[in-house]
Design a protein around this ligand. Structure first.
Ligand code: S3P
Length: 195
């Protein structure tokens, strides 16, 4: 690992935020820059279930998906340090949020409605947005979720344009966070000074 690639944290970095915020795109690039493995929680859930997310929703319902998501993220947080892109709803689950808070550093990729909408309309594999009014649905999710995403350790604006610009902002924010809080947290999420 080169000196410049030294991760600004010794914890798994979890990217949270709404669908279309760029969690996978930025996560993959962040992992490459930091020389860490990258994992996408949605892909892991699909692998564990042996079918796609739309199929999980259709066959078993959203609650079964959320239960699987909670289990998968917990398992991933127990593993080696890496960059983890969480599905948009993962951080809304109180248990998952507590586990992320205790074991990882969380980064909220924040984007405005127009940008999210432009990005999500390119794909049709998000069951929550298979509705007549995806804009209205996204706006509702924004209102509901933004106050919770705001509990993440770091918030970074995910702008349109080259992902490298957002990536640089994430790296700078991680360094700033590490410099401002050179502490660890115990399993309850309480801050503890590292000796
Ligand atoms: C969801 C987001 C999706 C996926 C599922 C539910 C959500 O992940 O987990 O469709 O509740 O916001 P992305 O945010 O990666 O699209």
């Amino acid at each position: 690992m080169s000196v410049s690639a030294t991760p600004p944290t010794d914890r798994t970095i979890v990217l949270v935020g709404l669908m279309g915020a760029g969690k996978s795109c930025i996560g993959r690039r962040l992992a490459a820059r930091l020389d860490l493995p990258f994992v996408d929680a949605d892909r892991e859930i699909e692998e564990a279930a042996g079918c796609s997310i739309p199929e999980i929703f259709e066959r078993h319902g959203e609650q079964a998906f959320r239960d699987g998501e909670r289990r998968v993220i917990r398992r991933l947080l127990d593993g080696p340090v890496r960059v983890l892109a969480a599905g948009g709803g993962a951080f809304m689950d109180p248990q998952t949020r507590a586990a992320i808070r205790a074991r990882a550093v969380s980064v909220w990729l924040r984007a405005d409605l127009e940008l999210l909408l432009r990005r999500v309309l390119r794909r049709s594999d998000r069951p929550l947005l298979q509705v007549d009014d995806p804009r209205g649905r996204l706006a509702e999710l924004m209102a509901e979720r933004h106050p919770i995403y705001a509990e993440a350790d770091i918030a970074v604006d995910s702008a349109d344009g080259p992902p490298e610009a957002t990536l640089e902002r994430v790296l700078a924010a991680l360094r700033e966070h590490a410099a401002a809080a050179p502490v660890g947290r115990d399993d309850d999420g309480a801050h503890v000074a590292r000796s």
